[in-house]
Ligand binder design. Structure first.
Ligand code: ADP
Length: 535
């Protein structure tokens, strides 16, 4: 008969991350780049004191366990304080993406029934429009501590300055909700993913593992991925758990500024979407700069083109390509090489590194065909990717029906998995191009186009075709000074992909439509007029 173990059970709570960080790394620093170009620096010790102070202030204003506390904010120390204070009192930190449309933000705040909104001054105009439309919100709090008397009670400083001497963190069940993030609503109304203390702590453990982001107390971690989208990939938790220095970029995400911050704050590890890294790389390449402290970067949220991985490697920066999504907290896989890859030639190594990588312990993947039948993990079979795990969604916020099928969540992505567990995403299922019965990977077509030095950005979508069902069309934003022809671009595909995968048309556009999370908005490309003749 099975026997119970005889070990203690401590709930996996976010305040335990803070307590651990304060008991073992109190002198570690948290640095924030402010709008005026200066740096705000304080220690974990001061951070922990202010988190408690804020938690007491929240209690004074009637915030209770289960209340939703929204933020419209950049990556700053105050945002981090709100993350921890909210979770610490059993409330739910609802990070709202300020780049969404006003209508979507209004929908999200009302759907979540937020009671407080903490907002950065940059969003004051937006807040003015939202205030009359969001009746559940009792407090709109400007993230400023020197607001004048007119703002008393409405600015962050007024929530601080409390007596924290008798304050103790509450103990509650580890399945209690702590965070809420909505999908960006590219398909229908945005839907909320509600994270628990348990899922968040386990995700932080797993994502700091050496096979994943490998965060240690020697690192200075700069999350370029916003704290308003999927908890900045969990870095606010995993960094504190590891006792790492944290460097927060604030509101200015220009490549030049980010490079300077990296150098000034001694950043060793950073993470963001490919478009943000492209800005950094363009700056570094155009001035032949080097990174003096940066060692590893994590690129994810969209496929990372191999040439970007190669450019960073040439500058002694290792790229860890990662796959994730809002519903998966977000990390599911991270790419690192195995010992057997050491003898591979350079371009084959790059091919491995350009895959989305292997699963974190605690997340499992499977591939299924159209009928839901399991496909082998042979690196060749391509199917729909399903995931299950400790930090994978079970239900969308406020919905009774499960978000899963037989205990698995359908990611909406299509790809393959090999025998070592390396996952390779070929597309989102709605972006797959089906031509004459064959699947064409838009990611593969885009990656090849992006090797062309004169191309700023490229995206491939399907055009319907009577003969073939669908045919690939490539949209290209050329670099300002480049002179580029469609023939020149298409020549790159010769011998690299099957003939039928080569795009029929190349369409030059001035600007690429982007989503609120910095990804290419293919739905908007589909509505653009196309030339009738193939190129
Ligand atoms: P949204 O893009 O709708 O805001 P998410 O941020 O949750 O929502 O995006 C998740 C999706 O992003 C995944 O389902 C996948 O299609 C895509 N994605 C994330 N990481 C990668 C990656 N490394 N390579 C390719 N696609 C990725």
């Amino acid at each position: 008969m099975v026997q119970p173990g005889n070990m203690m059970r401590m709930p996996l709570l976010i305040n335990s991350i803070l307590t651990h960080a304060l008991e073992s790394s109190a002198d570690q620093e948290i640095v924030t780049a402010l709008d005026d170009g200066s740096l705000h620096t304080y220690t974990y010790r001061e951070f922990g004191r202010r988190v408690k102070d804020l938690a007491v202030g929240m209690g004074h204003r009637g915030l209770l366990p289960g209340h939703r506390v929204a933020t419209l904010a950049w990556n700053t120390y105050r945002h981090l304080e709100i993350y921890y204070a909210t979770a610490g009192i059993g409330a739910i930190c609802h990070t709202v993406n300020p780049r969404l449309s006003r209508e979507q933000i209004e929908f999200i705040i009302n759907d979540a029934q937020d009671v407080v909104v903490f907002y950065d001054g940059h969003f004051a105009e937006l807040v003015e429009q939202l205030e009359p439309r969001c009746p559940s919100v009792a407090h709109w709090v400007l993230l400023n501590e020197d607001a004048d008397q007119d703002h008393a009670g409405m600015h962050y400083g007024a929530w601080l300055g409390n007596d924290v001497r008798n304050f103790e963190w509450l103990e509650f069940d580890e399945d209690t909700a702590c965070g809420l993030c909505y999908t960006s609503g590219t398909t229908g109304a945005p839907k909320g993913t509600q994270y628990s203390h348990r899922s968040t702590v386990l995700h932080a453990y797993a994502s700091s593992h050496p096979n994943a982001l490998a965060i240690s107390c020697s690192d200075a971690v700069m999350p370029l991925v916003p704290m308003f989208h999927v908890n900045a990939w969990g870095l606010p938790y995993s960094s504190l758990m590891s006792g790492a220095k944290i460097v927060l970029p604030g509101s200015n995400m220009q490549g030049e500024r980010l490079y300077a911050l990296c150098e000034r704050a001694g950043v060793t590890l950073s993470a963001g979407v490919p478009t943000v890294w492209k800005g950094v790389l363009d700056h570094v390449e155009s001035r032949a700069l080097t990174f003096s402290t940066l060692q590893h970067i994590v690129i994810g949220g969209a496929a990372c083109p191999p040439h970007m991985i190669a450019s960073f490697r040439a500058r002694n920066v290792t790229v860890r390509h990662a796959w994730g999504m809002t519903e998966v907290s977000p990390l599911g896989t991270v790419c690192q090489l195995l010992p057997k890859h050491a003898s591979l030639p350079g371009d084959e190594t790059l091919q491995v590194l350009a895959s989305q990588g292997r699963p974190l312990f605690g997340a499992r993947f499977k591939l299924v065909d159209e009928e839901g039948k399991r496909l082998p993990h042979d690196g060749v079979s391509t199917g729909h990717l399903m995931v299950q795990g400790n930090w994978v969604i079970s239900h969308y916020y406020g919905k009774a029906e499960p978000a899963t099928e037989d205990g698995w969540f359908r990611t909406g992505d299509v790809g393959s998995i090999d025998a070592d567990g390396y996952m390779r995403i070929t597309d989102r299922s709605k972006d797959v191009i089906k031509s004459g019965g064959e699947w064409i990977s838009s990611i593969e077509i885009e990656n090849i186009a992006m090797e062309e030095p004169g191309i700023e950005l490229a995206a491939c979508i399907a055009e319907s075709s009577e003969k073939w069902g669908e045919r690939p069309v490539l949209f290209v934003v050329p670099k300002p000074d480049g002179c580029l022809s469609a023939e020149q671009i298409l020549a790159r595909y010769q011998g690299r992909v099957a003939k039928w995968s080569i795009p029929d048309k190349v369409v030059f556009i001035e600007r690429m439509p982007m989503t609120a999370t910095g990804k290419i908005q293919k739905a908007a490309l589909r509505s653009l007029p196309l030339p009738t003749k193939p190129q």
